[in-house]
Write a protein that binds this ligand. Structure first.
Ligand SMILES: [Zn+2]
Length: 209
């Protein structure tokens, strides 16, 4: 395991994960290397956990790659925000704002289409769709049947957006997450468990922008 050692006039040894993903050990001036290595070894489990949890910051600079609706896109500067083939065009100025409004539009259109499709298929009825900036949840449904989705759902592939649409529509019948609720979801998305799991891989979409 690689790590950087910073010695100073301190009495104790500590370790943390730097923003670049490298472990940094702070140690007293005269602590022996072998002793530091033993300390790192003892805490290697902790460090691995921190590394696994670490989400690389997502940027939208020219040449960066990102994924929208399951499509892999390369960012290129342009006058206005749009997607064409495998390119995400974004303006140089006000880039993030332009991207957010593009994602809002994409999320709104797709989630509306999915809600309407599953409403027809399943006889669900919902009252209005709102696109939010939520970072902590992909979607929600209130007791009046109003459904909301984060614009961040635009980053997800179709299969996961479908699962989210069915999940929130199922709440128009049951507001809980009981076995009966999951039975409704499973009628339309039999593999909902693996789709739920796959959502965890898109945590970055909650943290960017
Ligand atoms: Zn729910």
């Amino acid at each position: 395991m690689e790590y950087k050692v910073i010695r100073s006039k301190r009495k104790t040894v500590s370790m943390k994960l730097g923003s670049d993903g490298q472990a940094v050990v702070r140690a007293p001036l005269y602590m022996r290397d072998a002793e530091i290595a033993r300390f790192v070894e003892r805490h290697s489990g902790w460090l691995e956990k921190q590394l696994a949890r670490r989400v690389p910051p997502v940027r939208f600079a020219d040449g960066d790659r990102t994924e929208i609706c399951g499509r892999s896109l390369t960012v290129v500067s342009a006058k206005r925000a749009c997607i064409a083939e495998d390119t995400l065009f974004l303006p140089a100025e006000g880039r993030e704002k332009a991207l957010v409004s593009l994602l809002r539009k994409i999320a709104g259109e797709r989630m509306k289409r999915l809600l309407d499709r599953y409403s027809r298929e399943g006889g669900f009825s919902y009252r209005g769709l709102k696109i939010t900036s939520a970072r902590t949840r992909w979607g929600s449904c209130n007791s009046d049947g109003g459904i909301a989705f984060s614009f961040r759902t635009a980053f997800l592939p179709d299969a996961l957006a479908e699962y989210l649409a069915v999940h929130e529509l199922s709440h128009t019948l049951r507001m809980d997450h009981s076995a009966a609720f999951w039975k409704i979801v499973a009628q339309y998305i039999p593999d909902y468990k693996s789709r739920r799991k796959a959502l965890k891989g898109y945590h970055w979409a909650m943290e960017c922008l």
